[in-house]
Write a protein that binds this ligand. Structure first.
Ligand code: Q9C
Ligand code: ZN
Length: 674
């Protein structure tokens, strides 16, 4: 199952024919540079090329009015003067004799991509299209958009394939008001958008782009807006919103299909967005959505006006869809106060609709609404003249380094009598272990190790992680006699090398020797049913679920609310996932966990499983190999006691771990300036 790529040069064949400073950024080169970057990097060749087609009138009418379609249909025959005149009735858009044709191709591309994913010809894919779609409405073109490509695809998916729940993630920097209007009262489509807002001062300046537009009637709760009230938002701000709002709600919603309004004007260097998130963030945003809906994801291009930033972001997205290991996001800062304010507002507006947000705090008092009120008073005033600053196009950032893809994806260390899972390579070290390492191993683990078999296994584990460090192997799994000893052995070796950091995720009950958690070279996140609150420290984080790891909602709550933010902030060089015996974690949750942990350490994950639990081997291997986890069932509310205890823990930890913050509080002290 591959990744589809849709592109056709025909969609570059329209452009602005008169002078208009607002529209001049929407150029044909947006498509050519994106496509050329995919070709140059070899990514295009690895995709399954899907041809474009025109959307039919019936399909366009799924979203647009007959009147509007008839009007657009006439544009190919208009004179320049007529086109200018026609354009004037809409906001921030231009027409061209060939744009109607391209708009039909753009919508048709989204539909063809959707067909390829729904029929199982491909797992996922991306369509590079012009014109974009998310601003266009039932009766109107708007914001460079003619037909609403993604909205049409969503209606089509419901109608043709009977898809029950669709998640639309709009990471473009503008609010896709066209999509919001289309599905406002429809609970089968969950629309999420973050967007530059600046208390309604930024285009399209709509009251209904704010966090309190949650959807209407039956659709209440199914429209999520996260307005950015400042420019300069960073990777941390974006991740924080994914971890603390979008992902918990998305998993609770449990979509059958994910559509992405993939605009890249939310990346650094863009003249419209003026944000500071780097192109590699899109690798992560994409990956975090790829374990929903059994991996069925269609990304459709929207905005993106800095050609360099756009091309890099498109490559990051496609490479992730192809399943390559993710880049590390180093030096994440604390989310800025304005971002946390927006997060807190959106969470509080949605807490009554989503049990995963039920515990969210109230919106921060007055400040934000006061700003809006002040703005309304001053409506007639001319905006203040801003001080001279360097234009965002001049912003410089390093080109994302080439992503590494070890030749061996998954290796296994198994007892001889255990069959190696398909696609995995049984690891039998050809190299002898460094004698120094060997003696250290003996010295430290001899008394724990009862026989030479186990000792051989440990030596293999060590050479395996050395090969991971050299990027010869991406990930691994091992069936061991005693997970705790194996864990200690790996940690001792790995943490000895300078610059290494190991994120240890322990699932299930058991005791973790406290000596490993002192120096910051390991961060242990321990999910169990035992209350180890007393033992907590900066580097030992016990997360307790009363009913144990079999509690799916509780577990998912912990993964998004704690594990992902901690992992991103810690930025490990290796992830060690330890499944304690009888952990009770169910198959689906286990697969999701493994999939999500591949966000870290360039996918260098080592999974340790105790011999008695060898039934989990195949499942583990399949996920490490990059197969999408099956969707979890729609989630129930996590237990109140658990959630309350966890929120108390969050409060204690957020001074050390800034990405855990979900509220603005005097003592939280996030970075003031974005
Ligand atoms: N500087 C898309 O990204 N102009 N459309 C805003 C404020 C309209 C953007 C003017 C921008 C439309 C798909
Ligand atoms: Zn945009």
């Amino acid at each position: 199952m591959g990744t589809a790529l849709i592109y056709d040069v025909e969609m570059t064949r329209y452009k602005l024919l008169w002078v208009d400073p607002v529209c001049k950024i929407e150029v044909p080169e947006r498509l050519t540079v994106s496509h050329e970057a995919l070709v140059r990097s070899g990514l295009a060749d690895r995709c399954i090329s899907v041809p474009v087609r025109e959307a039919t009138e019936v399909e366009i009418l799924l979203v647009h009015s007959e009147e509007y379609l008839e009007a657009v249909k006439k544009t190919p025959y208009m004179t320049l003067e007529d086109l200018k005149e026609f354009t004037l009735q809409y906001g921030d858009v231009y027409f061209h004799p060939n744009i109607y044709h391209c708009a039909k191709l753009a919508a048709g591309s989204a539909l063809h991509l959707l067909d390829s994913v729904m029929t199982g010809k491909v797992r996922n894919g991306m369509a590079l299209v012009r014109p974009p779609g998310h601003h266009s409405m039932h009766n109107a073109a708007n914001g460079f958009c003619v037909f609403n490509n993604v909205a049409i695809a969503a209606r089509y998916a419901k109608q043709k394939y009977g898809v029950k729940r669709i998640l639309i993630v709009d990471w473009d920097v503008h609010h896709g008001q066209g999509v919001q209007y289309c599905f406002e009262d429809d609970p089968s489509v969950l629309y999420f958008s973050w967007h530059r807002y600046e208390h309604q001062k930024f285009w399209p300046n709509l009251r209904e782009s704010d966090y309190d537009s949650v959807g209407k009637d039956n659709g209440a709760g199914f429209n999520i807006n996260v307005p950015w009230n400042k420019v300069g938002m960073t990777n941390s701000d974006y991740l924080s919103v994914f971890c603390h709002i979008l992902l918990p709600v998305a998993y609770e919603f449990c979509p059958d299909l994910v559509l992405v309004c993939a605009g890249f004007d939310s990346a650094i260097g863009d003249p419209e967005g003026k944000m500071c998130a780097t192109p590699d963030i899109f690798a992560h945003l994409t990956h975090l959505l790829m374990n929903l809906a059994g991996g069925k994801l269609c990304a459709v291009l929207e905005g993106g006006y800095n050609l360099t930033s756009l091309a890099q972001s498109v490559c990051q997205t496609v490479q992730t869809l192809l399943g390559d290991p993710l880049p590390r996001l180093s030096n994440l800062s604390a989310p800025c106060i304005s971002a946390i304010e927006s997060l807190q507002c959106a969470r509080s507006a949605h807490r009554r609709y989503w049990s995963s947000l039920n515990h969210a705090a109230d919106a921060p008092t007055s400040e934000i609404s006061t700003k809006r009120a002040k703005l309304a008073e001053k409506e007639d005033e001319r905006p203040e003249i801003e001080e001279e600053e360097k234009s965002p196009e001049e912003e410089v950032w390093p080109e994302p380094p080439k992503r590494i893809s070890p030749t061996i994806r998954s290796a296994s260390v198994l007892p001889d009598d255990v069959v190696c899972p398909e696609g995995c390579q049984r690891y039998s070290s050809s190299e002898d272990l460094n004698p120094l390492v060997l003696s250290k191993l003996k010295e430290n683990f001899l008394e724990d190790v009862d026989d030479s078999d186990a000792f051989t296994a440990f030596s293999k584990l060590i050479t395996l992680i050395e090969k991971m460090a050299k990027d010869e192997i991406c990930n691994g799994l091992a069936l061991v006699r005693n997970v705790t000893t194996a864990m200690m052995c790996v940690i001792q070796h790995s943490a000895a090398a300078p610059g290494n950091r190991v994120l240890v995720v322990c699932v299930g009950n058991g005791t973790i020797p406290s000596r490993i958690t002192k120096d910051g070279k390991t961060l242990v996140v321990h999910i169990s049913s035992e209350d180890r609150w007393e033992e907590r420290s900066k580097y030992y984080i016990p997360l307790c679920l009363k009913k144990g790891c079999g509690d799916t909602s509780g577990f998912v709550h912990i993964v998004f609310g704690f594990l992902l933010p901690l992992g991103y902030e810690y930025d490990p060089s290796l992830v060690l996932l330890v499944r304690m015996p009888d952990s009770g974690v169910c198959d689906g949750v286990w697969q999701q966990l493994i999939g999500l942990l591949q966000s870290f350490a360039q996918g260098h994950t080592l999974v340790l499983i105790q011999e008695e639990e060898k039934a989990f081997l195949d499942l583990t291997a399949s996920t490490l190999l990059g197969n999408p986890a099956p969707p979890l069932e729609q989630l129930q509310a996590p237990f109140t006691d658990d959630v309350e205890a966890l929120e108390r823990l969050r409060h204690r930890l957020q001074a050390d771990w800034k990405l855990l913050q979900t509220t603005v509080s005097p003592e939280s002290g996030g970075a003031d300036e974005c």
